[in-house]
Design a protein. Structure first.
Length: 187
């Protein structure tokens, strides 16, 4: 099998529209129903929903306090749109940091989970995010682990990375399979 990977010159939100176009095309080719989107404010998930209203979209955001205090970073206008569309918004701790980051912040050093996250970042921040949000959605029971999904992640704002993968639960992390990279930024 021969497939192409789209590479963006730079990471960031300027790639969102093109990435969604590429994802829609691959979703239709493979018949994939489940799309997991990293969307801190909700904006990227709304854009995916507008382009693929027939998909089962799961929106994943940061946990409260990620940037400090007890605040969520979701923007109400996007929350309302996603709710109207019946799109679940998952808010939870990152599967590739969680308590491990708290231990490192308090005592120094690094945990095995942070090493995994760092290794995935060798490809791109978005690759790490795609893996992470797939685990989070699977653990929440929002996507199946016995079929392929498409995950969209990014660097700071917007989405710039998409992968076809077979997710796994956190407890079975090494059963996760990255089957294709649809697009990603060049590091």
């Amino acid at each position: 099998m021969e497939k192409k990977i789209n590479y963006f010159e730079n990471p960031g939100a300027e790639n969102t529209a093109k990435l969604i176009e590429l994802v829609k095309e691959r979703k239709e080719e493979l018949g994939i129903e489940n799309i997991v989107v990293a969307s801190v404010s909700g904006k990227s998930s709304v854009k995916v929903s507008n382009s693929m209203p027939d998909a089962n979209i799961i929106s994943i955001t940061h946990h409260a306090g990620f940037r400090g205090e007890d605040e969520l970073e979701l923007e109400q206008e996007y929350v309302e749109k996603l709710k109207r569309e019946g799109i679940p918004i998952y808010v939870g701790s990152h599967s590739l940091s969680g308590v491990g980051r708290g231990i490192s912040n308090k005592f120094g050093g690094i945990t095995p989970v942070e090493i995994i996250a760092g290794t995935l970042r060798l490809f791109s921040q978005g690759v790490k995010v795609c893996v992470e949000i797939s685990i989070m959605a699977a653990d929440a029971g929002l996507i199946p682990t016995d079929e392929e999904v498409i995950a969209l992640g990014g660097t700071a704002k917007g989405v710039d990375t998409a992968m076809v993968l077979k997710p796994a639960h956190m407890g079975n992390f090494f059963d996760l399979r990255i089957n294709e990279i649809i697009a990603m930024p060049r590091p």
